[in-house]
Design a protein around this ligand. Structure first.
Ligand code: OSB
Ligand code: MG
Length: 372
């Protein structure tokens, strides 16, 4: 039995990091990445987790504000002053809190980092990772038009990314994918609609079939698995689900219904590494390939993503591209950087990156320290 760890304090920081580009999707636009950073303190060690809830409830129902409320009032009190056996004990205690998976995931991932650091093992190894580097692609936001889209794709193909994902929305789909496919006949290409279409658009989505996309991500409403199953019957292109998959139970249902053939795993969206592992088991049993999605994370969330992406079921390139693509300055060292489309998996204890206090202080908007 690994030793119990007494949770002494939890520090919540609201952080804002300017993005180096404007990231536009069918649901909105981001120019500053604002998020909560969770530091769990125990016996002189710190574990770090990043909450992926955004400022706005347009990708998920959670926001920075709701996550702060849930973390301070309901989740932190479950562990503060407690002798914790490990992250799964937190998962059990937190079952009582419904939904709010991004808030849970933030604390759960911080605890995972803490316990792995205490054991002196890398989080990747702790989770069952088998790779020392992971393949990465890049998610490109909506551009002004087709010409700008081809240009931005060219820059990222040159950087060696192993898969290009284009954001699409009604009116900006076939006209974007067509010219990109023509300019890059062999690049692995996908699209992500962030739930912007309905079944009435099935013909437009079927018009993407000739471009040989690896998959189309979350074309329809996030709460409608049956509609995705119906759409799947009309497309040759496989459907990948993102927003619709909040848990291993969702993954089971989606696979059983024929709603998806690929799953995008985001640790925060599903409530932490424990649930991500459960989805990994479901997907492995069904032969469904996984890949690790992204939420424009800082180096902390990015390192967590790389750790889960090192598991054997993550067979497609993820969205965890280089930190330097997003930010002038990051809050960790070494910065997670890909080369030739491969991101190294840190082998040091925990997430394997160090939070740099001075860099963190420069981007911190508010700090709250919670104690038992
Ligand atoms: O749908 O995958 C998405 C970013 C924010 C919210 C939702 C999504 C995304 C991305 C960006 O696609 C992935 C990344 O580069 O981190
Ligand atoms: Mg997506």
């Amino acid at each position: 039995m690994p030793p119990l760890m007494r949770i002494d304090a939890i520090v919540l920081r609201q952080v804002a990091m300017p993005l180096r580009f404007r990231f536009r999707t069918s649901f909105g636009e981001t120019t500053v990445k604002r998020f909560l950073l969770v530091e769990v303190r125990s016996e002189g060690l710190s574990g770090w987790g990043e909450c992926v809830a955004e400022d706005t409830p347009y990708y998920s129902p959670e926001t920075v504000g709701t996550a702060r409320e849930i973390l301070t009032r309901f989740l932190s009190p479950l562990v503060l002053g407690r002798d914790l056996a490990g992250p799964p004990e937190f998962d059990r205690l937190a079952l009582r809190v419904r939904g709010n998976r991004m808030a849970k995931g933030a604390l759960e991932t911080a605890l995972r980092d803490l316990f792995a650091r205490a054991a002196g093992t890398s989080l990747s190894r702790d989770l069952g990772g088998t790779r020392s580097e992971v393949e990465v692609g890049v998610s490109l936001g909506l551009q002004a038009g087709p010409k700008e889209t081809v240009e931005v794709v060219a820059r990222h193909v040159e950087q060696g990314y192993r898969r290009i994902k284009l954001k699409i929305e009604p009116g900006a789909d076939v006209d974007r994918v067509g010219p990109v496919r023509e300019a890059f006949p062999d690049v692995k290409l996908t699209v992500d609609a962030n739930a912007a279409y309905t079944l009435a658009d099935a013909e437009v989505l079927a018009a993407l079939d000739p471009f040989g996309l690896d998959y189309v991500e979350q074309p329809l409403h996030h709460e409608d698995l049956a509609a995705h199953a119906a759409l799947a019957r009309r497309l040759r292109t496989p459907i990948c689900l993102d927003e619709s998959i909040r848990s291993a139970a969702d993954a089971e249902a989606a696979i059983a219904l024929g709603a998806c053939r690929v799953i995008n795993v985001k640790i925060g969206r599903v409530g932490g590494h424990g649930e991500a592992l459960a989805i990994h088991r479901v997907a492995q049993a069904a032969g469904v390939p996984l890949w690790c999605g992204g939420m424009l994370e800082s180096g902390v969330g990015r390192a967590h993503n790389v750790a889960i992406a090192s598991l054997p079921g993550f067979t497609k390139p993820g969205d965890t591209s280089s930190s330097s693509r997003y930010f002038e300055e990051d809050i960790v060292e070494p910065r997670p950087e890909a080369a030739g489309g491969l991101m190294p998996v840190p082998s040091g204890p925990g997430i394997g990156v160090r939070v740099v206090p001075e860099a963190l202080a420069r981007v911190t908007e508010a700090t709250e320290e919670l104690r038992a």
